[in-house]
Design a protein around this ligand. Structure first.
Ligand code: SF4
Ligand code: FES
Length: 243
């Protein structure tokens, strides 16, 4: 039987609204219903002007991250039945609001771009395969699963006061390529993350680790980047393969 729940949803249209408000909607919730399906219900039946992002509806595209009852989560993976009778939904923090729950993720992607999120393999022999052992690949498990949802970025307090801080997702990605056995750009990569807006700005608050829906664990990735930088300063001949 459907249980009616109350949704308080953040609303803001920067072009016309002086300030934000919360609109309240009553939604009949059937077993198995997700927050995304509740938002679809609101949009289709109660207020067609509600704006939010979604695409895959199964935790793959990363577009539906939002602040749901005090925590950043994927709306499509959050069961309404696991939440209280009253559900409050806000957009992600630290990014400008385009409308309602839709934010401008340009800074998030610009920072990702800045760490060169692609393999830099050096000069491979003509036609040679870039071999990687199972153990070498195993280090990358989970890190490669990032879906770029931005939940870690929004949950990070440092991103709230330092606009230039690279943030957890970009730094985790930097570690992903640094530790890839096929990548040959260690010095270049570490130089990109070692300034005042890079890894040493992180205060190890663990928010990113807590909210990540894919267990990427940006905190551990940032810690490894710090170790790699310090180890090289103590021993210039240090190699990442020495760990
Ligand atoms: S690290 Fe996790 S929380 Fe951050 S963008 Fe990737 S999947 Fe989302
Ligand atoms: S809609 Fe794709 S992750 Fe939620």
């Amino acid at each position: 039987m459907a249980e009616t729940k109350t949704f308080k949803v953040f609303r803001f249209k920067p072009q016309t609204d002086k300030k934000h408000r919360f609109d309240t909607f009553k939604v009949p919730c059937r077993p198995g219903m997700t927050v995304l399906q509740a938002l679809n219900y609101i949009q289709e039946n109660l207020d067609g002007s509600l704006a939010y992002r979604s695409s895959c509806r199964e935790g793959i595209c990363g577009s539906c991250a939002m602040h749901i009852n005090g925590k950043y989560r994927l709306a499509c993976e959050t069961q309404v039945s696991h939440l209280s009778a009253s559900i409050t939904i806000r957009p992600m923090a630290h990014m400008d609001i385009i409308r309602d729950l839709v934010v401008d993720m340009t800074p998030f992607f610009e920072k990702l771009k800045a760490i060169k999120p692609y393999l830099i393999p050096g000069d491979p022999d003509e036609g040679a395969e870039r071999i990687q052992t199972q153990d070498e690949r195993a280090y990358l498990d989970y890190i490669v699963d990032c879906i770029l949802c931005g939940a870690c970025y929004a949950s990070c307090a440092v991103n709230g006061y330092d606009d230039e801080y690279l943030g957890p997702a970009a730094l985790a990605k930097a570690n992903r390529f640094l530790m890839d056995s096929r990548d040959k750009a260690d010095e270049q990569r570490l130089a990109l993350v070692c300034d005042e807006h890079g890894v040493f700005r992180c205060h190890t608050l663990f928010n990113c680790q807590t909210v990540c829906p894919k267990n990427v664990d940006p905190t551990a990735n940032i810690a490894n980047l710090k170790r790699q930088i310090i180890a090289r300063q103590l021993n210039p001949k240090f190699s990442k393969k020495g760990i």
